[in-house]
Write a protein that binds this ligand. Structure first.
Ligand code: 5GP
Ligand code: MN
Length: 346
């Protein structure tokens, strides 16, 4: 089993960049998920242990059920503090880009702020085909999560001994959420070696699970029932399904950020299901539809997301967006399903 993933040259460069930088920013993708937050918080802990004072910047809000993560109160939101964040990027020496591969994944304007920043950039990510101008690009699409990557780098740097419990919690949370609680994308033995090591830091993995997955409002559960009962369109012959979530649905079920999380995985519980798609209206902007795709085995939904939904992602978990009405988006989804008929029926 090999935990080390950096070449000697990469490790040396990483250390040099950290050592000579005063102002360090850590940023992650918009609508931060458990891995974006976990990898950022974990990496911040590591840099703090090295005597640095990094600032974590996120584009916008994260779901309530990540609030309990240690040190979230120190995170700065770009959508609330544009001026301060703009200044920070203008004066940064080093920016770590966590869990995203393109500047646009930050946010339309924050992406431009990142690109314009004179700071050197280091990417730490597991999405395919990174496209950011970096001094060091640590891109490993074969990893389950960016948090796993963070663990490996810390391990390789010989800093596991001094890893804090807060760091271990953040890393575990990221690994857990990006694998659906270790139910997909989680067959590599190294993952379980890493978990066993994290447990030596006295993290309570069962509590972390409950904090994330058993921490919804009553209304989220009712929304889930409603969507599965009333809104799911199942195409049995295609082993595929989709559902829509409109602003009206969200108002009815007192929707808050994070309530849609995980819904798209549920239709994959249908026997033989290969693909599930969710279409969600933006909570504010008209004619902005967000799509999530999940698939199993050798049906690669990122290909569909790229071709039809201006997006991309991993082979079995992808996303994108459409600038049209929900009805028009449904038509596009149906066309995509039809065009992929052969692969879906294989
Ligand atoms: P989610 O459905 O959780 O929003 O996204 C699942 C995965 O799809 C993410 O981890 C990310 O890799 C990818 N993804 C989501 N939206 C986009 C997008 O607009 N562009 C690209 N390239 N990937 C996306
Ligand atoms: Mn991730």
């Amino acid at each position: 089993m090999n935990i080390n993933i950096l070449t000697e040259a990469e490790l040396l460069l990483l250390n040099t960049l950290i050592d000579r930088s005063g102002n360090i920013i850590i940023c992650c993708h918009r609508s931060p998920d458990g891995d974006a937050l976990g990898s950022s918080l974990g990496w911040a802990q590591y840099l703090i242990a090295r005597g640095k004072n990094p600032q974590i910047v996120i584009p916008d809000a994260y779901p309530d059920f990540f609030q309990w993560l240690p040190n979230t109160e120190k995170i700065v939101r770009y959508d609330k503090h544009r001026e301060t964040v703009g200044q920070a990027f203008a004066h940064a020496d080093l920016v770590f880009c966590m869990d995203f591969n393109r500047a646009q994944r930050l946010d339309d304007t924050l992406g431009a702020v990142l690109t314009a920043s004179p700071a050197q950039k280091v990417l730490i990510d597991h999405h395919p085909e990174p496209d950011i101008d970096t001094a060091l690009c640590i891109s490993h699409p074969e990893m389950s999560s960016t948090s796993e990557l963070v663990f490996r780098i810390i391990w390789q740097s010989g800093a596991f001994e001094t890893m804090t419990k807060a760091c271990a919690i953040a890393i575990y949370c990221g690994m857990m959420t990006d694998t659906g609680g270790f139910t997909y994308n989680s067959n590599s033995p190294e993952i379980y070696f890493i978990i066993s090591q994290l447990l030596t830091k006295h993290i309570d993995k069962d509590k972390i699970y409950r904090n994330v997955y058993h921490n919804y409002s009553e209304w989220r559960l009712r929304l889930m029932g409603y969507v599965m009962y009333q809104k799911l369109n199942v195409f049995t012959d295609l082993h595929a399904s989709y559902f829509t979530l409109t602003r009206q649905d969200m108002a009815r079920f007192r929707f808050i950020k994070g309530d849609a999380e995980g819904l798209v995985n549920l239709p994959l519980q249908i026997k033989g299901a290969k693909l599930s798609i969710s279409l969600r209206e933006d909570t504010e902007r008209p004619c902005k539809i967000w799509l999530s795709l999940r698939s199993v085995d050798s049906f690669y939904c990122n290909a569909m997301a790229e071709r039809y939904f201006n997006g991309g992602g991993h082979p079995n978990a992808a996303g994108g967006h459409l600038d049209c009405t929900i009805e028009e988006a449904e038509t596009i989804v149906r066309k995509a399903l039809n065009d992929f008929r052969e692969e879906l029926q294989r």
